[in-house]
Ligand binder design. Structure first.
Ligand code: FAD
Ligand code: MTG
Length: 405
């Protein structure tokens, strides 16, 4: 058995917080729980607490539309997102928990000459980085996804598509549960209902721990992984991060028999769709256009998204919608994440994933654990610094992420 391994419990332990840990992770989403898991598994650091103000997986990790892909434009992005796709492949075995990873293919639709040019550029860039991506004619796109409307007189006719066959989906709850159980089994304390209300610094400015709703907890290393609330947390340590938080909504239909074989995304009409293993159509929208920490959004966004969906897939016109919800997405100016040390000794931040961080969960956690354990970034996350916004060396992926914001 692994040193200190608690054995494979039904789920995770729920201990009282200790007075002190080696590392505190703020935020029990997939990225935070995964970071704690890799700290224990890869670096032998097990005296770790993950502090969560609500319930684990209750943030964006349990609210997203579960799309996984690595077809972004820049080399830096290929590094972090394709590292994730490779880790998704063996994650269920690694965690001894079925995360239901399904490489069913992600197809990005082109509706105008600009889309065609952008997606073909992505395909060439992806191939240069060893990332699979291929161009389909409208007829080939329909053959891959039969419900797709490729009529020439559609409001936004399909002019082709970029298909990443290794892209797909996973069960988002299971990712949180799998990482939580595996981390807990290795000795990590997961403390739910424990909101961090302050980040403490010593006379030398270094981090000494956090204030929480369950008392003061000491640690020389604190990793903030709080998604839409990251700017609030970092402000507690006097660090400003260039984030805007927006509501991002999603909705599901009534469950039906398997009818939709892959994932389809359309940047131009701001809609994307897949079908869950339970049979629901899982539909995503663009962000609401105002900053907010609300986990709901405007009905007009849902309406616009459904207009787009029935235009692209007329067979769903009479489908009944079951429920909609929202999350709080933390968006950076260049739509790329911040995975880095901060100017405060012992304080690390993993945020800025915006509308697209679920797909990166395994790689984000893997390299963030490395960054905390060794106090220096992994080569994969080295470009994703806080300083890039001062120096201007941005990693502008707005086109790759534009489907939602
Ligand atoms: C509707 C929607 C659809 C999306 N679709 C996709 C998609 O298809 N593909 C994709 O790749 N990405 C998608 N995303 C984005 C993705 O969900 C996120 O980028 C990713 O899940 C972020 O993971 P996380 O672990 O960093 O954050 P979270 O899961 O949000 O975890 C952060 C945690 O920090 C906790 N926290 C906050 N403040 C405090 C505090 N003071 N003290 C203690 N804990 C605190 C929160 O309660 C939360 O549980 C979507 C997001 C939304 C909202
Ligand atoms: C919410 S958009 C999903 C994605 O970025 O693949």
């Amino acid at each position: 058995a692994m040193r200190g391994h608690r054995g494979w419990p039904e789920q995770w332990a729920s201990p009282e917080p200790k007075k002190r840990y080696d590392v505190i992770i703020v935020g029990a989403g997939g990225h935070g729980l995964g970071t704690a898991y890799y700290l224990a598994k890869e670096h032998g650091i097990t005296n770790v607490a993950v502090l969560e103000k609500g319930w684990l997986g209750g943030g964006n990790t349990g609210r997203n539309t579960t799309i996984i892909r690595s077809n972004y434009l820049y080399d830096e992005s290929a590094g972090i997102y394709d590292h994730a796709v490779r880790l998704w492949d063996g994650l269920s075995q690694d965690l001894n928990y079925n995360v239901m990873y399904s490489p069913r293919g992600v197809m990005m639709l082109a509706h105008n000459v600009h889309d065609v040019q952008v997606f073909k550029r992505h395909i060439h860039a992806n191939r240069l980085n060893g990332v699979d991506n291929e161009w389909l004619t409208p007829e080939e796109a329909k053959a891959y996804c039969p419900p797709l409307n490729i009529s020439r007189n559609a409001r936004y006719p399909v002019m082709g598509a970029a298909l990443q066959r290794r892209g797909g989906t996973a069960r988002h709850d299971a990712v949180a549960w799998g990482y939580a159980r595996a981390a807990s089994a290795r000795g990590v304390d997961i403390i739910q209902n424990c909101e961090v209300t302050g980040i403490n610094r010593g006379p030398d400015g270094a981090v000494t721990g956090v204030e929480t709703t369950r008392g003061t907890i000491g640690a020389a290393k604190v990793g903030v992984v709080a998604a839409g609330h990251s700017s609030v947390l970092m402000q507690m340590a006097g660090v400003q991060v260039p984030l805007e938080s927006y509501p991002l909504q999603a909705l599901v239909s009534e469950p039906v028999k398997p009818v939709f074989p892959c994932v389809v995304m359309s940047n131009t009409v701001h809609a994307y769709i897949s079908q869950s293993d339970k049979g629901e159509l899982v539909i995503g929208a663009g962000t609401d256009q105002y900053t907010s920490y609300s986990q709901t959004g405007g009905l007009h966004i849902i309406q616009h998204t459904l207009d787009a969906i029935v235009e692209m897939f007329p067979m769903f016109t009479r489908m009944k919608m079951l429920r909609s919800w929202g999350g709080i997405v933390d968006v950076t100016p260049d739509r790329s994440p911040i995975l880095a040390k901060t100017p405060v000794k012992g304080l690390y931040v993993n945020c800025g994933w915006g509308t697209g961080g679920f797909k990166a969960t395994p790689s984000s956690a893997h390299v963030f654990a490395h960054t905390i354990a060794r106090d220096e970034p992994h080569r994969i996350n080295a470009p994703f610094t806080l300083e890039r916004f001062r120096g201007g060396r941005l990693i502008d992926e707005a086109a790759a992420a534009a489907v939602a914001h």
